[in-house]
Design a protein around this ligand. Structure first.
Ligand SMILES: Nc1ncnc2c1ncn2[C@@H]1O[C@H](COP(=O)(O)OP(=O)(O)OP(=O)(O)O)[C@@H](O)[C@H]1O
Length: 316
């Protein structure tokens, strides 16, 4: 388990992490979300003792990181996959890590096998593709067979096969009872992987909740309806005091989860329905809604001005 208590980090005027208190529980995958600059990496660095908190505390299985003997056996992390000695082979890179943490050499072979790098184990890491580098970073995180695993943007730059592999790896590590904490900007991926979410914005805690509750609490649920007897249906729904929004293409929408009531009303009036489907917004929409206020860098919402980028046409 990872426990944060009032964790705070200030860089000069900038409050990067602001009084964060939450726990990351074992047995599930916990997603760590926040817009760019929200303080995710700073928080993760403090968890690993790489940055010193300005105030507050973070405990790894009840202890400070720097009090852990052979820390790789407690917590394994993928922070920056490129942060390794590129001149070393994959095998030697892992062997150095293993030797400095009292981990037997046999484990190096095991983790290389787990991440699918055995065939290139003797190749220098600087010749690795981005995906291979990520796999090597993950091998390093797994080296000590730790109870806690932390991944910062693990699927960044990976192909679909690599993304699928990491998703399954994280789920299986959690199902073994380990604590798995992962940050990602890929919402669709997070929705498939995480059971629980911690969301921060401008360093502050915005949500600490299950995936299902997060989506339910931060998004609109509605019922989508299509009927060849649209006008009659509208009359019936209005008569029952139900507010209907007419969207394009002959589709109607009713806020909330009233699909049973609408179905019964339509049946009672012998109105044919071609669609009656409860809709829930995606994690991405829920995330955008919750964090809209705390996004540091906004693009122009309507896109660039109309004449933007025209200069080249005029030969300027
Ligand atoms: N060493 C540093 N010195 C000064 N400011 C820093 C330093 N590291 C981070 N910051 C600032 O702290 C804030 C949080 O940064 P951090 O990298 O933790 O955010 P993040 O959520 O990981 O962002 P991203 O999603 O873009 O990776 C940012 O405003 C950043 O500019």
């Amino acid at each position: 388990m990872i426990e944060l208590d009032g964790l705070t980090k200030r860089y000069g005027e900038k409050l990067a992490v602001d009084d964060l208190t939450f726990s990351v529980e074992p047995g599930i995958v916990t997603g760590f979300l926040g817009p760019n600059g929200a303080g995710k990496s700073t928080t993760m660095r403090m968890m690993l003792g790489l940055d010193r908190p300005t105030a507050g505390d973070v405990l790894i299985d009840g202890r400070h990181y720097d009090r852990l003997k052979n820390p790789l056996k407690y917590i394994g992390a993928l922070l920056d996959a490129k942060a390794m000695h590129g001149g070393r082979s994959a095998f030697n890179h892992l062997l150095c890590l293993a030797q400095s943490n009292g981990i037997p050499k046999a484990r190096v072979h095991e983790v290389l096998d787990m991440v699918g790098l055995t065939a290139v184990a003797k190749k220098k890491a600087k010749g690795f593709s981005f995906g291979m580098g990520q796999r090597l970073g993950i091998a390093g995180a797994l080296l000590g067979d730790p109870r806690i695993l932390m991944f910062d943007e693990p699927v960044n730059g990976l192909d679909p096969e690599g993304i699928h592999w990491i998703r399954n790896l994280m789920k299986s590590l959690a199902s073994q009872g380990r604590t798995v904490f992962v940050s990602s900007h890929l919402m669709s991926e997070m929705a498939l992987t995480a059971d629980h979410l911690v969301v921060i914005g401008q360093g502050r805690l915005l949500a600490d909740t299950s995936m299902a509750d997060f989506i339910q609490q931060n998004s609109r649920s509605y019922v989508r309806i299509r009927s060849p007897q649209r006008e009659r249906l509208l009359d019936v729904l209005h008569g029952a005091g139900i507010t209907v929004v007419e969207t394009g293409g002959g589709t109607l929408e009713v806020d909330g989860g009233k699909s049973e009531l609408i179905g019964e009303l339509a049946a009672g009036h012998q109105i044919v329905l071609h669609e009656l489907s409860p809709q829930q917004a995606s994690l991405e929409e829920a995330f955008m809604r919750l964090t809209a206020e705390s996004v540091e860098y906004h693009a122009h919402p309507q896109g660039p001005p109309q004449d933007w980028g025209d200069a080249w046409k005029k030969g300027a």
